[in-house]
Every structure is written in C-alpha cells, then in structure tokens.
Design a protein around this ligand. Structure first.
Ligand code: IPM
Ligand code: MG
Length: 362
C-alpha cells in the first residue's frame, strides 16, 4: 500500500513526540511492505512566528490531498497574549473545520500496569474501556460570537442543526455496535434549546439501532458518573464543548494524558472509501517539559495505530503497534509521567526505539 501522511509537528513537545510516531510508522511500513511518504507542514505558534498565520493554505491543501494527518500539539505561553490577532489553537480549529472532521474519537482504555498511576481508586477503574465521540465542527466553538471590545459584554452561541447531530450520533452508534452495544448521549436538555434538539434528533437516529442500550444523560450528571462508575460506559456521544470537557476528565481515569490518542474523522472520502483523518495525542504542547527529551511519546504512537486503522484500513498493522506498546509497558519501561515516584525512567527517544524494536521483533 502507498500512502502520504502529513505531519504537523506543532509546538512544545509536538516535534519530539511526532518524531517517535514517525519512527513507528516507518517501522510498520518496513515490516508490512508498505510505502509511506511523509509531508511535513506548518501549524500553530511556530507557523505564526515564521509565516504569519497559525494555518497556512499550503497545510490545508496538503492535508486534503493526503490519506491522513498526524499532529503533535500546538500552543505555549509565548502566544497566550489575549491581544494577539491569531492564536496557535485557531490553526487546529480551522483545520478541523476546513477538512470537515466532524467526529472526534477519544478512546480511554486502561493499561492494567498503569492503574496505580491514576488518582482514582483501582477498584473503580477495573474494566474501564470507553470511547468518547465528540462532535467537532459545530456547537458553541463555531457559533456567532462577540468579543468584549467594550470590556463589558461578550457572547458565544451554541448552535446545532439536525444534520450535524445526526451524522455524529450515527457514527457513535455504529461504533457502539462494534463494541459493547451501549451508548450514552450527553446534553443539557433541561436548560438549552440546542440540547433539546440534540436529544430529539439523537432519539430519532438511534431508533435505527434497536440492538443498542441507549441512555440520555445530562452533562453535569455525566461528569459525576464518569468518576463514580466509569466502567459502566461503552460509547459516549457529546457536543463539541461538553465533549471537550468530558474527555479531559475521562483522560484522568488513565492516569496520564501522555497515554491517550485521538482521531478526528470526516466523511468517507470517495478516493479510498476510508475517511480522511487527523490523528493527535489528546495532551497539549507541555511547554514546561519541551526540549528535555522526557515527554511520553505513547499517545502520539497510539494515535498512529488509530491512523492505520481508520484512515488506511490496516487493522493488523494497528494491532501490531498497540501490542508493541503493551509489551514495552509490560517490561516496566516508563517515561516520568507514568513512573512510580523514585523509580527509573526512560526518555522520549528511547521509548520510541523500544516500541519500534518490539514491533520489528513481533
Ligand atoms: C482539544 C483542545 C482544543 C479544543 C483546543 C486546543 C482548541 O482542548 O483538542 O481538546 O478545545 O478542541
Ligand atoms: Mg480539550
């Protein structure tokens, strides 16, 4: 198979973790006889500095031509000034929107060896294996807004339309059918009109899936259930803002954000009958540890597994990456974020090398 993958290193630890991810994709290509071309493009803070924009047209064009996009992370204190006309985060939001990547998949699967790294009690975590599907190109992120130019009044608008809700709920339902057939749809229908539409469209859409066990849960209650009984959930579908908040919360079940991958998918493209996807770790650019070679590359590496599975249709290759990660963890190899206090730790590059070796040896 031949594929082009656009790599957007971004800021902070982005370049360090994407370098390891690229290493793994190269190891996969070698082992399984594929040809993968890498096309490095700019996004985020460094792009603002060097090109004057957080998202150059060339990046969008390259991404639209490619089979998949791998992103590190964007942002940092250097670009945090609220008076700046452009922000690194705008680059990511605009890329999601221009590629119409409406479904953000954030699986939270716990590595048994890492249960003690979480702040939640081990018995509560047993059996946690959930997938949050977050709507990514609508809602309050993209509704009309007014900045407080007068320093007095500002607003953002939460807008959803029927087709936007339907397509993401359908994708979540399809995923639930392939998993444990339970789906929780999250809203705030007791207060928000957009949530009442969400609930009614979700109910209608899900009537096509009679095999699914469906619940509608208010977002505040969901925030509680996620830490009280996380193992009860299978697939959770939520709007853009609620999904953003709940996935940060859910990531803490896994102990470290350094472990969790994500995929943002668009419509099935007619080129290869697989959706174009943007794959990224859910962690940020971690400016506090950037350049030290200690960032955990596993979220970026596991994002490559999602890339192979969802955008290239290479299930065996995806599973091989995941089991290589499992075997390295089973040997006790740990970056600082997942290590027991006082125990020996491994750096970013060595972690990447070990996963690549495990992949070749398997
Ligand atoms: C995320 C991030 C982004 C979001 C930011 C960086 C714009 O928090 O991917 O979850 O809010 O979507
Ligand atoms: Mg977020």
């Amino acid at each position: 198979m031949e594929a082009t993958i656009v790599i957007l290193e971004g800021d902070g630890i982005g370049p360090e973790v994407t370098a390891e991810a690229r290493k793994i994709l190269t190891a996969v290509a070698d082992r399984f006889g594929h040809t993968i071309e890498f096309d490095h493009q700019m996004i985020g803070g460094r792009s603002i500095d060097e090109l004057g924009t957080s998202l150059p047209d060339e990046t969008v064009e390259a991404a639209a031509r490619a089979e998949a996009v791998l992103l590190g992370a964007v942002g940092g204190p250097k670009w945090d000034d609220p008076g700046m006309p452009d922000r690194p985060e705008r680059g990511v939001l605009a890329l999601r929107k221009s590629l119409d990547l409406f479904a953000n998949l954030r699986p939270v699967k716990l590595q048994p060896q890492l249960l003690s790294a979480s702040t939640i009690k081990e018995e509560t975590l047993e059996g946690v294996d959930l997938l949050v599907v977050r709507e990514l190109t609508g809602g309050i992120y993209f509704g009309s807004r007014k900045e407080a130019d007068d320093n007095f009044e500002a607003y953002d608008t939460m807008v959803y339309t029927r087709p936007e809700i339907e397509r993401v709920v359908r994708l979540a339902a399809d995923s639930a059918m392939e998993r444990n057939r339970r789906l929780a749809s999250v809203d705030k229908a007791n207060v928000l009109a957009s949530s009442r539409l969400w609930r009614s469209v979700a109910t209608e859409t899900l009537s096509d899936f009679p095999e699914l066990e469906v619940e509608h849960i208010l977002v505040d209650a969901m925030a509680m259930h996620l830490i009280r009984r996380p193992a009860d959930f299978d697939v959770i579908v939520a709007g853009n803002l609620f999904g953003d908040i709940l996935t940060d919360e859910a990531s803490m079940l896994a102990g470290s954000m350094g472990m969790l991958p994500s995929a943002s998918l668009g419509d099935i493209s007619n080129r290869h009958e697989l959706p174009l996807g943007l794959f990224e770790p859910i962690h940020g650019s971690a400016p506090d540890i950037a350049g030290q070679g200690i960032a955990n590359p596993l979220a970026a590496i596991l994002s490559c597994a999602m890339l192979l599975r969802h955008s290239l249709g290479l299930e065996e290759e995806a599973a091989a990456v995941e089991s290589a990660v499992d075997s390295v963890l089973a040997e006790g190899v740990r970056t600082p974020d997942i290590a027991q206090p006082g125990s020996e730790t491994t750096g970013t590059e060595v972690m990447g090398d070990l996963v690549a070796q495990a992949l070749k040896a398997a």
